[in-house]
Ligand binder design. Structure first.
Ligand code: NAP
Length: 242
């Protein structure tokens, strides 16, 4: 098998996605930056190429099945396989309310990207990942989606109750585990990464971590060796309860 890994990061034109792509590129991977806007994607890819990394933008709106299928076809034609998929694209939808103030439509909008988009992209890329000698899927989750942490009456998230975003990440955790179960016994590992509160556009840069800090766990899970775990949710310090 060739040594150079082929990696796809969704939502990679900025924030944690771009930083994850940069770090994977630094490790020698060819990084495909999944982006909805090709011009902004090219700009982002150019910053990585200028650093000597092998990077290229790839049009990929995770809510558009035809676009995702085209992206998979392009990767197949160019590389014949995929080694790393980081399902990073995510939104809050701008909805920050508790359940009584939310509408089903708000949840649907957030789920379209954070949940259904992940299933669409993963299923499209899975045949390519199965051709890798060490396929890795990393789903960018969040500690605020952890039922274990949220159920703790004294926990830090007790006061945080943003139903659309949080439950979308809880669903993403369940989906991570479901894929890990299906892929048990294969060379493909599936894990959820919890970056921590990181300064990006998503939170108007209020996060207390830098993207360099936030991307650490996604990169670690993307580069897991053959003895690494599958079906876990992790942050920089170890296992996060589902
Ligand atoms: P960000 O800076 O807002 O980046 C989000 C990325 O997702 C952007 O590139 C955006 O593209 C892309 N995206 C949104 N909808 C998309 C779609 N339909 N198709 C393709 N790409 C799409 O946010 P971030 O903080 O880096 O977030 C990255 C991931 O980390 C998200 O899944 C988020 O939930 C998770 N996370 C973040 C934090 C945090 O504190 N920042 C904490 C925990 C988890 P456009 O530029 O085109 O909008």
């Amino acid at each position: 098998m060739p040594d150079t890994k082929i990696a796809l990061v969704t939502g990679a034109n900025k924030g944690l996605g771009l930083e994850t792509a940069r770090r994977l590129g630094e490790q020698g991977a060819v990084v495909l930056l999944g982006v909805r806007d090709e011009a902004r994607g090219k700009q982002a890819a150019d910053t990585l190429v200028a650093k000597g990394l092998k990077a290229q933008e790839l049009r990929l709106d995770v809510t558009d099945g035809a676009c995702v299928a085209d992206a998979a076809r392009e990767i197949d034609e160019r590389y014949g396989r995929l080694d790393i998929l980081v399902n990073n694209a995510g939104i809050t939808g701008g909805f920050f309310g508790p359940p009584s103030g939310a509408t089903a439509e708000q949840l649907r909008e957030v789920y379209d990207t954070n949940v259904f988009g992940v299933v669409t992209v993963t299923n499209a890329m899975l045949p390519l990942l199965r051709r890798s000698s060490a396929g890795r899927i990393v789903n960018m989750s969040s500690n605020v989606g952890s039922l274990g942490l949220n159920a703790d009456p004294d926990g830090e998230f007790r006061q945080y109750n943003v139903v659309a975003y949080q439950s979308s990440k809880t669903a993403l955790n369940a989906i991570t585990l479901a894929y890990a179960k299906e892929l048990h016994g294969t060379t493909v590992k599936v894990n959820a990464a919890n970056p921590g509160f990181t300064a990006t556009d998503m939170n108007n840069h209020r996060g207390h971590q830098t993207v360099e800090q936030g991307a650490v766990i996604a990169v670690r899970l993307a580069l897991l060796g053959p003895d690494g775990p599958s079906g876990t949710s992790q942050d920089e310090n170890g296992t996060v309860p589902w």
